[in-house]
Design a protein around this ligand. Sequence first.
Ligand SMILES: [Zn+2]
Length: 117
Amino acid sequence: MPKRHQEQAAERSRRRIEALRTELAEIDYVCSGTPLERMKTCGKPGCRCAQDPAARHGPYYDWGHMKAGKLVHRLVSPEQAGLLRRAIVNYRRLKKLLRSWEAATERLIDAEVDRQR
Ligand SMILES: [Zn+2]
């Protein structure tokens, strides 16, 4: 690659990385996993929920996520489930940004330093 093209390519990659860093700085909540909405039966004798699926209690939010290599479940409130959904959207966005950052870095390294041999 001619020197001038190489410098332009490096500059493009640097600007791309700057833009990615700005986008990254906007991310606050980050969580993996999924909150599942569940309706439950209570087990009390005579409660309608035992017979009628529409009379089940809830919704309850069961958040499943990996923690130290294990799938962990916990019940969260509806408000927490809302925040979790936002955190999960951010998590996916973050992973996408990291892949883009990695690709831009590779291009930058190629443009900044000549490959020897
Ligand atoms: Zn019940």
